[in-house]
Design a binder for this molecule. Sequence first.
Ligand code: SF4
Length: 428
Amino acid sequence: MSGFPAIAPGPGGGCDDASVLRERGQREVFCGLTGIVWLHRKIQDAFFLVVGSRTCAHLLQSAAGVMIFAEPRFATAILQERDLAGLADCNEELDRLVEQLLARRPDIRTLFLVGSCPSEVIKLDLATAAERLTREQQGRVRVLSYSGSGIETTFTQGEDQCLSALVSEMPQTNAEAASLLIVGTLADVVEDQFRRIFAAMGVTDVHFLPARTAADLPPVGPGVHLLLAQPFVGDTARALVRKGAKLIQAPYPLGVEGTLGWLRAAADVFGVTDEQFRLATEAPAARARRALERYRPVLEGRRISFLPDSQLEIPLARFLAEECGVIPVEVGTPYLDRQVLAGELPRLGADVRLSEGQDVDLQLDRLRQDAPDLTVCGLGLANPLEAEGLRTKWSIELVFSPIHGFEQAADLAELFARPLVRNEKLAV
Ligand code: SF4
């Protein structure tokens, strides 16, 4: 990535380019298909059709296994040997499948064709297929495409790719009146909480991307101010900025201080007075601080390492250090997007080892040497590390759980406290 502004080391030492450990070896990270698990729940009129292999289908089935009781809004069109050998016309097959799907599911208003490693290897042009299918649907269904392939994307990058595809469909507005666009999937309950707080501050023209229905796309233009709710939507943010929107620099709304900083950054842009801000945030912040206190005795002084996985690692480490007294040892991130982390990086302590990318064997060597009290990592590494006596937390849980905002601050701390408490109980 290029063109990002350099950031100065922060008061706590922060991080500069030279202090980042860059690794480009073997990675142990989910691919971007995983994002479908939370995106299909959030966008209620969308369907995700992965054009992939049985491996892709298995990944989705196991990651979203709970869906067996409902009619799911995702599926995999499995590429067979004949497709891979170029003996079948994949476009004809795809058209036939999409026709069948849309005839059976008239509730679908937006269909995402999701690329995978196999579809990329055989160079199946899903963007052109999406255009063709949209034309054929004559306005009934919007067909879009993006890549969730493990060659191009890691875990949460799938959401960034999906939202970037939606940006091209957003209506352009030249209205000068300021509006707020919150970018990145939030649980509905969290979205409602934030909407209430913004309303209490007098900020009422608030939109979310993704919205609960893909048909309900928010407008974009020079009056739109972007507030990122997730640190993995950098490409989407840049696509929106190219359409005239302005990016608000802020920390992420994780923990009480993160949420206050996030709300404050938006409040400053919208001219909210100190008194209005205090009235809107004082009670929920105080409630959240009280709830958080419960977990401080368990977490204070514990050493934690993050292996690169969800891209949430840096804001989570900041929250744990500032609000729970945890000591981050190594904070790994799949890629370091300085533009969207400018509100977070200066708050990471100077002693924290920040790593970008992965060379899994080297990283595991460092981890064994550091022997932290808790390691946040992907599912594949957690069991072997537990067997070695290290306590772990699955990073995927932090993506699937509602963790943003005041009301969730204590729940977030509890997610880290739980494995430590369990360990102590087992030791007793
Ligand atoms: Fe595996 Fe690639 Fe399919 Fe992801 S997209 S499940 S990495 S084959």
